[in-house]
Design a protein around this ligand. Structure first.
Ligand code: ADP
Ligand code: MG
Length: 343
């Protein structure tokens, strides 16, 4: 069975997309078959993987219906056919890695899904909607014999995100060290238990059980957080950022984790500690990639896999860049190991 991992934080700019790309690639390097799913209507992940420079190229992929919205259309547009697997795009430079492209029009399904999720017990014609996203991802995973699906989500508390997160097996919360991340963690401590309460009820509703795409019974488990994109001085996070990092860890430990724990959305403590994860549930700290991030985007290659030519550096510059690249490779490799062992 495929393992679905959602990368979620309703705050934007916390490295959800960047982590999906780099972590997914690393999982594939380690021999896993991985589908990266872009569910953000901004389609940043799709752009990052395919490196489209023109709208025309994107339209070509869209014309072949190789995207999430087309995959869901049979349910959302009441088409007289069953949802089928999306023909994902193989990422040629890495064996076992695939992209299920996003679509700006996915946002058009938001209202229908919202109504279906609110009134799912009472409206017959909407009963196939809440389970359809999970069904599409499972079908697609089967077709590609995927071990993992990594879901890159939009920065919002939308119905689509509620559905995606509550039908995922696991979730990671990426953060950056700033005050807004702490605000986000505090609101997630309230919202995630509510979403789970809703999902439990939905999975037990007879009308959703007997739907063509039944709403699955899943308890999404918290893998941990990632703190990312901070400046480093003398090999350590600079002081001002260190404070926010500590505050994020405190917010997770004192406020988010206990709420998730009450809903059984966490592993037993010894499962985390066996992976070297402390009580702050931080999977990895990843400093700013600096210039590597620009080259990574330009070359559609993860930061740890850029070659000397792609890095456009010589002499000492190259030496320094290679050193920091090695550090990021180690970090992503550790992160991927933890993910594999926890799941
Ligand atoms: N570790 C990092 N170092 C430097 N820049 C980063 C790092 N992680 C993310 N970024 C940059 O930060 C911005 C936001 O990241 P992104 O992955 O798009 O976040 P999200 O998907 O959560 O909105 C992007 O410009 C990305 O290139
Ligand atoms: Mg994003």
């Amino acid at each position: 069975m495929v393992k679905k991992i959602a990368l979620f934080n309703h705050k934007g700019g916390v490295s959800k997309t960047t982590t999906t790309f780099n972590l997914g690639w690393m999982l594939a390097v380690l021999g896993k078959r991985v589908i990266l799913v872009d569910t953000d209507p901004q389609c940043n992940l799709t752009g990052m993987v395919l490196g489209f420079s023109t709208k025309k190229q994107l339209e070509e992929v869209y014309s072949k219906n190789q995207h999430i919205k087309a995959g869901l259309a049979p349910a959302f547009e009441s088409q007289p056919k069953l949802i089928d697997a999306v023909e994902c795009i193989p990422i040629e430079r890495q064996e076992g890695l695939f992209l299920l492209p996003g679509h700006v029009g996915l946002a058009e399904y938001e209202v229908t899904l919202g109504i279906a999720q609110e009134l799912s017990g009472s409206i017959q014609t909407l009963k196939n909607i809440p389970g359809s996203i999970s069904y599409l991802l499972e079908k697609t995973a089967q077709k590609f014999a995927a071990d993992y699906i990594l879901i890159d989500m939009s920065p919002s508390l939308s119905s689509i995100n509620q559905n995606l997160l509550m039908t995922s097996n696991y979730f990671i919360i990426p953060t950056i060290p700033d005050f807004f991340s702490i605000m986000a963690i505090d609101s997630l401590a309230t919202i995630l238990p509510k979403w789970y309460q809703w999902a439990k009820k939905a999975s037990e509703l007879p009308i959703l059980k007997e739907a063509v795409y039944p709403f699955p019974k899943v308890t999404p488990l918290f893998l941990g957080t990632i703190i990312q994109n901070y400046p480093v001085r003398n090999q350590k996070p600079s002081v001002a950022f260190k404070k926010w990092m500590d505050d994020i860890k405190g917010a997770i430990q004192d406020r988010l984790f206990p709420e998730l724990s009450r809903e059984s959305m966490v592993f037993p403590p010894k499962v985390y500690s066996a992976q070297g994860i402390e009580n702050d549930f931080c999977l990895i700290e990843m400093s700013a990639f600096n210039s590597l991030v620009a080259m990574s985007q330009k070359c559609q290659t993860p930061v740890f896999d850029l070659n000397d030519t792609q890095m456009q550096r010589t002499g000492d510059h190259l030496k320094n860049t290679l050193e920091s690249q090695e550090k990021f490779k180690e970090s992503f490799s550790k992160l991927a190991d933890k993910v594999i062992n926890l799941t």
